[in-house]
Design a protein around this ligand. Structure first.
Ligand code: UD1
Ligand code: CA
Length: 452
């Protein structure tokens, strides 16, 4: 947006006991990404140059998650004692002291925070405000800090417990998003006391303090979703539902067809190309990219996989990590594909497990084919050449290579390589005794009638 520098401070030292979890609250996931990851993404999208994350209990777990994930560089600060939101922001004093133009303070448990809300707040600073607060109008304001305005300016935020009965009637509330001019941030935060109903150092008090110092404070309004804080798993599920709707819509607007969008579940990083059709009841775990003009048939479960343009998958297919289905290849019903590249035009149409393999271009894998890739200790590879034809119900015991253009007879159990263009049988020869069926039937019938 502007060329102003920006620090985003994410407060996440909440106790989160209502999650009933050993995992810190902000590490619970939405769309397969930790809540705090969503907040980090929003801050980055709003132009934050630096990110400071304030954590309390479970600091190591949070550090590990945000530094190993795709979140990029996030500086972690520990708030040893939970003494309030202003105290938490000051845990990142070292970062604030680096003098950014804008300092954003947001909450780590607000995963639906939209970048526009942050850019709005920053715009208010650019207009000359020392503090900008994003308000919202919840259906039930109880529990929220109330925004007290006068002549178009925000003069104070009063926390619910400190409100007079008159102030409690105010419906414009603090969403939790605040932007502070970097030049004033430390001084304002340092001036906050804890003389209030909760005995906490309230971030919201900087509004009144700034006013006393003759600084301009402005409020504007954010949508309900950006202000949605997660306290327990029922709220987590509500946020998930909203997030899924957003992501589906984004994909549909980019050209993806979803026949029953409400039954399709996406991850934060799901990519789907235009003209691709997603049938009902499909699950996308993290790490999936689908090309253009592909079709994902109903009831497929896909994670860590790539499906290239024009390919078809399912119904009832499972693509596990490392599956790469190339252009115009086809994976049919009840097939599981893991760590396997299926080259262009190849087909695995029915009832197969193909793991740790390559399937050459145009190869055809008969129904029920299994790659026996695991011996209880190690995983072994199966290489199937281009244009090979694997007969139904074959077991390919890896490591094994089937050459290009080779035929494997149905029902084979193969343990040795098959050279290109050859025909391999790996099964017992059939024996047929004429008339013996009738003899057997007569004998069994006689035995039964003798018993009575
Ligand atoms: C806060 C706001 C309130 C606003 C509401 C919106 C203050 C004083 N009040 O109230 O005006 O309407 O959010 O949801 O800011 N945190 C820490 N360390 C602390 C205390 C809190 O990191 O010592 C973090 C929490 O993890 C949480 C956030 O700050 O992410 C907000 O804290 P919380 O106690 O939930 O504040 P509320 O009472 O909800
Ligand atoms: Ca809260």
């Amino acid at each position: 947006m502007t060329n102003r520098t920006c620090l985003a401070i994410i407060l996440a030292a909440g106790e989160g006991t209502r999650m009933k979890s050993g995992l810190p609250k902000v590490l619970h996931k939405i769309g397969g990404l930790e809540m705090v990851g969503h907040v980090i993404a929003a801050a980055k999208a709003a132009g934050a140059d630096a990110l400071a994350l304030v954590v309390g209990n479970g600091a190591d777990q949070v550090r590990e998650a945000v530094t190993s994930g795709a979140a990029g560089e996030v500086e972690i600060f520990v708030q040893e004692q939970r003494l309030g939101t202003a105290h938490a922001a000051l845990a990142a004093r070292e970062a604030i002291a680096r003098c950014y133009d804008d300092v954003l303070v947001v909450f780590g448990d607000h995963p639906l925070l939209e970048p526009e809300v942050l850019t709005d707040a920053r715009a208010k600073l650019a207009e000359g405000a020392a503090v900008a607060v994003m308000g919202f109008r919840p259906p039930d304001p109880s529990g929220y800090g109330r925004l007290i305005e006068k002549d178009g300016r925000l003069v104070a935020i009063r926390e619910e417990k400190d409100c007079s009965p008159e102030e409690k009637k105010i419906t414009f509330c603090n969403s939790g998003v605040m932007a502070v001019a970097g030049a004033h941030a430390c001084a304002l935060l340092d001036a906050v006391g804890n003389d209030n109903a909760k005995g906490e150092f309230y971030l919201t008090d900087i509004v009144g303090i700034a006013n006393h110092r003759g600084l301009l404070v402005l409020a504007s309004e954010a949508g309900l979703e950006s202000a949605l804080g997660i306290n327990h798993r029922a709220e987590l599920a509500e946020a998930e539902a909203i997030w899924q709707r957003r992501k589906r819509r984004e994909l549909m607007l980019s050209g993806v067809t979803m026949i029953a969008p409400e039954t399709v579940f996406l991850s934060h990083d799901t990519e789907i190309g235009p003209e691709t059709v997603i049938e009902p009841n499909v699950w996308f775990g993290p790490g999936v990219r689908i090309g253009a003009g592909a079709r994902i048939h109903a009831f497929s479960h896909i994670e860590g996989a790539v499906v290239e343009s024009g390919a078809a998958v399912g119904p009832f297919a499972r693509l596990r990590p490392g599956a790469a289905i190339m252009e115009k290849a086809k994976i049919g019903n009840f097939c599981e594909i893991k760590n396997t590249r299926v080259e262009p035009g190849a087909k695995v149409p029915h009832l197969s497990y193909i793991g740790d393999a390559t399937v050459g271009a145009g190869a055809n894998i008969g129904a029920g084919t299994i790659t026996c890739n695991y011996d209880g200790f190690g995983k072994h590879r199966t290489e199937i050449g281009a244009g090979a034809f694997i007969g139904t119900n074959s077991a390919l015991v890896a490591p094994i290579a089937i050459g290009a253009g080779a035929y494997v007879a149905s029902g084979s159990v193969l343990t040795e390589d098959v050279p290109a263009d050859s025909l391999a049988f790996g099964r017992a020869r059939q024996t047929t005794y004429e008339g013996r069926g009738k003899i057997l039937r007569d004998k069994l019938a006689a035995a039964k009638s003798a018993k009575g």
